[in-house]
Design a protein around this ligand. Structure first.
Ligand SMILES: *[C@@H]1O[C@H](CO)[C@@H](O)[C@H](O)[C@H]1NC(C)=O
Ligand SMILES: *[C@@H]1O[C@H](CO)[C@@H](O)[C@H](O)[C@H]1NC(C)=O
Length: 360
């Protein structure tokens, strides 16, 4: 009797759990999280030729700036979510819309003038416009109420800001923005613009957003090749990253206070990268200075193409190309996003978020 009651309860719980749809996942931002939108655009910021994708399951380029999977893929993998398609993919139709969508576009920044040299890319305000279109399409399939719930329950990732330095302020000596602003004033300006972007996302219905700060930009092989004399990380870019990241965390805290709940969660991408950059061997890398694919000093000059040097074992390199982490490095970063302490994830890590959100 008791056992059949327990059995009954268990099957009720199971039925409930399996009836719960998988959480949708939305991604916004730049090349660190673009899963192929730029393949559909007339832009020079693209990763659609070998050896990009060499370690992807299909061993073909997909538009991801990685040898294999990228950070959004690995988050989906860890959470057991369906992989998220690029919003511009013709495959993103029907029921697939329920899995979410990736709106990211390589080359973009917080500012509209960031990445202008790449021509047609999807600036962040445009990504948010596409997110509105997405919601209309989803409503068409499942009705407005269900669509609203999908967006409310979704997990969101946004990675933005690095290009406002490397592809804007520091793109050329005496850039327009660097003549207009001192570095601290520039950081204050882009953070105030970023706040509007995040507030808009909240107004569009999202309730859980992972916001990654910038990595240690001065340590990227591209910067070592062009600005570093002795192979040390470039001080000025590290200073920019530190100013930006500190103000980003403050801005997120203030936004959460304004909203009255922890919608936005800061991921300390700087520290996550610095761990393996300062001690590559402890993480199984032979180097954190030389990119796997590229040419010139540190393989940091120009693009990664079929003519570039290519390392035989990508898992031994922290950097895949002159700016982007290898799949192996991205795995280390995603582990910290999932389980990191407060130093890495503020105010909580993704495992805590998942536990909290399935309870309610
Ligand atoms: C970028 O352009 C859009 C559309 O013109 C505009 O609404 C937005 O305010 C601009 N952002 C900045 C930071 O100037
Ligand atoms: C992060 O996740 C782990 C569980 O994997 C947990 O034990 C830990 O306390 C969490 N840290 C924070 C700051 O939430």
């Amino acid at each position: 009797m008791a056992s059949s009651l327990i059995f009954c309860l268990c099957s009720l719980v199971l039925a409930f759990v399996s009836a719960q749809p998988k959480r949708a996942f939305f991604i916004f931002g730049d090349s660190l999280v673009d899963s192929g939108n730029n393949d559909f655009l007339a832009t020079t910021a693209r990763a659609d030729a070998p050896p990009y994708g060499i370690d992807y399951p299909t061993h073909r380029p997909t538009g991801r700036f990685s040898n294999g999977l990228n950070i959004p893929d690995l988050i989906s993998e860890q959470l057991g979510l369906e992989p998220t398609l690029p919003y511009l993919s013709p495959l993103l139709v029907g029921k697939k819309l329920l899995n979410g969508a990736n709106f990211a576009s390589a080359g973009i920044g917080i500012l509209n003038d960031t990445g202008f040299q790449f021509l047609h890319i999807i600036h962040i305000y445009k990504q948010l416009k596409l997110f509105e279109h997405y919601q209309e399409r989803l409503s068409g399939h499942v009705g407005a109420q269900r669509a609203g719930e999908v967006v409310n329950r979704a997990l969101v990732l946004i990675t933005l800001g690095g290009n406002d330095f490397v592809n804007n302020y520091y793109l050329v000596p005496y850039s327009a923005r660097s003549r207009q602003f001192s570095l601290p004033d520039y950081v204050r300006y882009i953070i105030s613009e970023y706040r509007k972007v995040l507030r808009r996302m909240y107004d569009l219905g999202v309730r859980r957003v992972l916001v990654t700060g910038t990595g240690p930009m001065g340590c990227a092989p591209a910067e070592l090749a062009t600005r570093s004399r002795n192979g040390d990380c470039v001080v000025e870019l590290q200073r920019a990253a530190n100013l930006y990241n500190a103000q980003l965390v403050d801005m997120i805290k203030s936004l959460n206070r304004e909203i009255g709940r922890d919608v936005f969660v800061a991921a300390n991408a700087y520290q996550m990268h610095m761990d393996f950059i300062s001690n590559p061997r402890a993480y199984g890398f032979v180097t954190s200075k030389v990119a796997c694919c590229g040419q010139g000093p540190y393989n940091g000059v120009g693009l990664c193409t079929q003519l570039s040097n290519l390392c035989p074992d990508r898992d031994l390199y922290a950097f895949w190309d002159s700016f982007h982490p290898s799949e192996k490095a991205s795995r280390i970063i995603v582990q910290q996003i999932l389980r990191g302490s407060m130093e890495y994830m503020h105010p909580m890590n993704l495992s805590t978020i998942m536990a909290l959100d399935t309870r309610t």
